[in-house]
Design a protein. Structure first.
Length: 157
């Protein structure tokens, strides 16, 4: 016996919701873009430190009192060794032949950028020259802008 045509279930007006598949390709693309961004944005420099004695860390003053001073004054565009101008290569040569217990006293002049001082410290450290001592320029006066910035809260800067 045949079933009547109208006995088959009729299709409803609402289609059954299809299960949507989530493609992982866009997610992988975003991950690779983030990976490339962080690789390019990061710095691969090797951080190291240089041991320096500050003038306040020595209660007794300089490291040795019987040796003449080895005062290196660092300016933006020049170096002075005991008040006479000198090149970096000459400074390194003289620093190598100095007595090992005699400290090299580094003094930044005026508003010398910190990077200029760090470059000299790195060169001396690379040559194995020690001990190093850092002192402040007694004639240095903070500029008005520096004084204002020192009193500002960090959020404003």
């Amino acid at each position: 016996m045949q079933k009547a045509y109208n006995q088959f279930p009729a299709l409803s007006a609402k289609q059954a919701k299809r299960k949507t598949l989530v493609s992982l390709t866009p997610l992988i693309d975003v991950v690779f873009i983030l990976l490339i961004f962080f690789m390019l944005a990061s710095s691969f420099t090797k951080w190291h430190s240089v041991e320096v004695n500050s003038s306040s860390s020595n209660a007794g003053g300089s490291l040795t009192t019987d040796l003449p001073p080895f005062l290196v004054q660092v300016a933006t565009d020049k170096l002075l060794l005991n008040n006479s101008e000198i090149t970096l290569s000459s400074l390194l040569k003289q620093a190598k032949v100095k007595p090992s217990e005699q400290a090299i006293i580094l003094q930044p002049l005026g508003d010398t950028p910190v990077q200029a001082l760090i470059d000299i410290l790195d060169e001396l450290n690379a040559q194995g020259i020690a001990p190093l001592q850092l002192v402040q320029d007694p004639t240095w006066q903070a500029s008005k802008q520096t004084k204002i910035r020192a009193n500002m809260p960090l959020e404003v800067l």
